[in-house]
Design a protein around this ligand. Structure first.
Ligand code: ATP
Ligand code: MG
Length: 214
């Protein structure tokens, strides 16, 4: 089991109702799970909690058998890559290439190796020509692919993707589906896209107002 979640409850404000209530499930190595549910059901909240951006009020996250506490949330970031629902929240370097290369550089990867991996991922995603462009001036779909590239270059053990195909045109969506299908990593894919969920995923977890549907 690569990730176990038990009784996860998350609240944004002390007086808010829980955005997630008692969510429990396990993600096995290599498994692809579709995370579905209506707007506001808690999909993004779950993904943000699994990488340690949000802190649960209660419940456990167990990564490769190790229970995560407040001091060990770094392990979540090291092992889990999240592509945010809104790429404007993810891209932060002016040039696209620098944005995608950021994670590798900050892990001290030599520039030549960084360039090789970044170019390979960009080509695969069909954004090979965008490296010199300003991230803020890309189209919505181009931003989404650039944000995804920045996570894929890191080859995390677990990939969390929040609406990865939203706003993509059919060729980009097709490329993305092919790439995700080939990746050996475990992933959780939050999506309203039934077709994508059925093509890619082994099973579905459905959230209803913060609870996992039976
Ligand atoms: N920053 C926030 N502060 C307060 N409440 C929030 C915040 N973000 C989300 N919520 C609330 O938490 C609940 C779950 O939201 P979440 O974004 O996880 O839903 P979602 O399933 O990802 O929806 P969508 O399909 O629209 O992306 C909703 O009731 C939402 O209003
Ligand atoms: Mg969401």
């Amino acid at each position: 089991m690569t990730l176990d979640v038990a009784g996860l409850t998350v609240r944004y404000g002390a007086n808010d109702p829980p955005a997630l209530s008692g969510v429990s499930f396990s993600l096995r190595a290599g498994e692809k799970i579709a995370l579905t549910g209506n707007n506001g059901a808690g999909k993004s909240t779950l993904l943000l909690t699994l990488v340690g951006i949000l802190t649960p009020e209660s419940g456990k996250i167990i990564l490769k058998g190790q229970e995560i506490d407040r001091k060990s949330t770094g392990a979540l970031r090291e092992n889990i890559g999240l592509v945010l629902q809104n790429p404007d929240d993810q891209l932060f370097m002016p040039a696209v290439y620098d944005d995608i290369a950021f994670g590798l550089r900050s892990h001290g990867k030599p520039e030549a190796e960084t360039a090789r991996v970044v170019h390979e991922v960009m080509e695969k995603l069909g954004i090979g020509g965008l490296g010199e462009r300003l991230s803020g001036r890309l189209s919505g779909g181009e931003k989404r692919l650039a944000a995804l590239a920045g996570v894929l270059v890191m080859r995390p053990d677990i990939l969390l993707l929040d609406e990865p195909a939203a706003f993509l045109d059919p060729p980009s969506r097709g490329r993305l589906t092919g790439i995700l299908a080939e990746l050996p990593q475990a992933m959780i894919l939050a999506t309203h896209d039934r077709d994508l969920a059925e093509t890619l995923c082994d099973r579905e977890l459905r959230l209803e107002r913060g609870h996992l549907a039976p």
